[in-house]
Design a binder for this molecule. Structure first.
Ligand SMILES: C[S@@+](CC[C@H](N)C(=O)[O-])C[C@H]1O[C@@H](n2cnc3c(N)ncnc32)[C@H](O)[C@@H]1O
Ligand code: SF4
Ligand code: SF4
Length: 433
C-alpha cells in the first residue's frame, strides 16, 4: 500500500469561520486551516502536486505520520493472565463475579511454562490479575519468574491483602508495577461498591508499594455512581505517587447485572470523559502521570496503535488467558466463540497464530463495522468497545450503546480545537505561523 494511503485523518469543519481541522491519531497532530489549505491537504493525500511550502509546514506538524507496521499475528506484545478466579471481595459490579477458584486453575509450573513461552517468543510485557492474585500462595514466585523475563510486569489487585514478604523481597524492582483498583475517591464512594474498609486498605497498599520503591497505578471503572468523582480519583492517584491512572466504562455483566442503574447515562458518560480529558492535559501532557481512558488514547498519538483497528486492539496488542488456561479475546469476550483454545493443549503461540476466528478478529477494521464505517470520528473512536457492542446487539459488528455520547464528545472536543488553534495557511494568504 502506498504510504499516503496509510495516513488516516479525521476532518472537522467549522464553515462559518472558514476553519477546517485535520487530526492524525498516529501523532495526535492537529492542523487547522482555511478552505484553500483543506483542499491542498486533500489533494496531497490523493497524490496530486500542490503548494510545497504549505505541505512541508503541515508535514512538520506531524499530520502525515503513519502507524508502525507490526505483525501481531506472530507474537502478542502483551500477555494478560488471570491467575485465579478466587477473590476475598464481592464487588457489586465485578464482571466476572469472582468468588471461588476454578477447579482446574493453572498450576505454578503451568503459569511459568506460559510465561517462558511468551518471553522466548518476544512478548514484552505481562499483566497478572484475577480474581485476586494475592490470594495465590505462589504469587511472589510467579512475579519473580516474570520479572526475570519481561521488561514490564504488572500485578492488578484490589489492594486489600498486604503481603509483607512480597514487598520486602521485591524492594526497588524497577520493572514491576502494582495496579490497585478503586471505584471511588473516598471510603464512602469506593466502599459502596467494593465493601467496607476496601478504600483504606487499598490506600495503605499504595503507600506500602511506594515505600518499597515500586511503581504504582490506579484502575477505575467509570459508572453512574462515580462519573463526577473521576477527577478526584486522578488527584488521589497523583498524591499517592502513582505513575498512571487507567479508567474503563463499566460493563453490565456478571454481578453488575444486578445493578443495571450502574450504567452511566449519556450526560454522565460525557461528563466523566470530559473530566478525564482535562486530567489528561493536567497530568499527562505535563509529564506528571499518565491518565488513560479508551477515548483519550487518540490524543496521545501512539504510532503502535493503528487507528483502523477497533477498540483496544484485541487479537493484536495482547493475549488474554483465563485462570484455567483458555486463550480468549478479552476480559469481556471470554465464552463460546471467543475461546480460541486452551494453552494446555498446544501452547499459547500455536493457538495465537493458527486460530481462524482470532485471525478474523485481528483483521477486522472499523471500516467493516456498518454503523461506524461512515462516521467522521471513526479513527479517533475506533468503533468504541466491541465487547459492549456485542452485549448490546449480539454481534461483533453491532452498534455500540454509547455512540450518541461519543459523537457528542468528539464533536465538542474537535470544535474546541478548531476554534482555538492558530491556523496554518497556504501561500495565497499571509502565514500566521
Ligand atoms: C476483575 S478485576 C481483577 C483484579 C483485582 N481483583 C481488582 O479488583 O483489581 C480487574 C479489573 O476489572 C475491573 N472491573 C470489575 N468489574 C468490572 C465491570 N463490570 N466493568 C468494567 N471493569 C470492571 C476492576 O475494577 C479491576 O480494575
Ligand atoms: S473486581 Fe476484583 S476485587 Fe472486586 S470482586 Fe472482582 S476480582 Fe474481586
Ligand atoms: S462515534 Fe459511534 S459511529 Fe462513530 S466510530 Fe464511535 S461508535 Fe462508531
Amino acid at each position: 500500500m502506498e504510504r499516503r494511503q496509510k495516513i488516516r485523518l479525521v476532518r472537522y469543519d467549522v464553515p462559518e469561520l472558514d476553519r477546517h481541522l485535520f487530526f492524525n491519531p498516529a501523532s495526535a497532530s492537529i492542523v487547522v486551516t482555511d478552505t484553500l489549505g483543506a483542499s491542498l491537504i486533500e489533494a496531497y493525500l490523493k497524490g496530486e502536486a500542490g503548494d510545497e511550502t504549505f505541505i512541508e509546514s503541515v508535514w512538520s506538524r506531524g499530520l502525515f505520520e503513519i502507524p508502525d507496521d507490526t505483525d501481531y499475528g506472530v507474537v502478542p506484545n502483551r500477555l494478560i493472565i488471570e491467575l485465579t478466579s478466587a477473590c476475598n471481595l464481592r464487588c457489586k459490579t465485578c464482571y466476572m463475579a469472582a468468588a471461588t477458584a476454578l477447579e482446574d486453575e493453572l498450576s505454578t509450573e503451568e503459569v511459568k511454562q506460559l510465561l517462558s513461552e511468551a518471553a522466548q517468543a518476544g512478548t514484552k510485557s505481562v499483566a497478572l490479575m484475577g480474581g485476586e492474585p494475592f490470594l495465590r500462595k505462589d504469587i511472589g514466585e510467579i512475579v519473580k519468574f516474570a520479572l526475570a523475563r519481561f521488561s514490564d510486569v504488572q500485578v492488578s489487585t484490589n489492594g486489600t491483602i498486604i503481603n509483607e514478604g512480597f514487598f520486602r523481597s521485591l524492594k526497588g524492582t524497577s520493572n514491576l508495577t502494582i495496579q490497585v483498583s478503586l471505584d471511588g475517591a473516598d471510603p464512602r464512594s469506593n466502599d459502596a461498591i467494593r465493601g467496607k474498609g476496601a478504600f483504606e486498605r487499598a490506600s495503605r497498599l499504595l503507600d506500602r508499594a511506594h515505600a518499597a520503591g515500586l511503581k504504582t497505578a490506579i484502575s477505575g471503572v467509570l459508572n453512574s455512581l462515580n462519573y463526577n468523582l473521576v477527577g478526584k480519583m486522578c488527584d488521589f492517584a497523583y498524591d499517592k505517587h502513582a505513575r498512571m491512572t487507567i479508567f474503563h466504562k463499566v460493563h453490565v455483566v456478571g454481578r453488575a447485572e444486578s445493578f443495571p442503574e450502574i450504567l452511566p447515562s449519556k450526560q454522565e458518560l460525557m461528563h466523566g470523559m470530559g473530566v478525564l480529558l482535562n486530567k489528561f492535559h493536567e497530568y499527562e501532557i505535563s509529564g506528571k502521570m499518565i491518565v488513560d481512558f479508551p477515548h483519550n488514547r487518540c490524543f496521545r498519538g501512539d504510532r503502535a496503535l493503528d487507528a483502523r483497528y477497533p477498540g483496544c486492539h484485541f487479537g493484536r496488542a495482547f493475549a488474554f488467558v483465563t485462570s484455567n488456561g483458555n486463550l480468549v479475546c478479552c476480559s469481556h469476550l471470554r465464552d463460546g466463540e471467543f475461546v480460541y483454545g486452551n494453552i494446555r493443549e498446544g501452547g499459547l503461540l500455536e493457538i495465537w497464530q493458527s486460530s481462524e476466528h482470532l485471525n478474523y478478529m485481528r483483521e477486522l477494521t472499523v471500516d467493516e463495522i456498518p454503523s461506524c464505517s461512515q462516521c467522521e470520528f471513526k479513527y479517533m473512536c475506533r468503533a468504541s468497545c466491541r465487547a459492549d457492542a456485542y452485549a448490546n446487539s449480539g454481534t461483533l459488528l453491532g452498534d455500540p450503546p454509547d455512540c450518541e455520547a461519543l459523537k457528542a464528545y468528539y464533536r465538542y472536543v474537535l470544535d474546541h480545537f478548531a476554534r482555538n488553534t492558530e491556523p496554518t495557511l497556504p501561500r495565497s494568504k499571509p502565514c500566521s505561523s
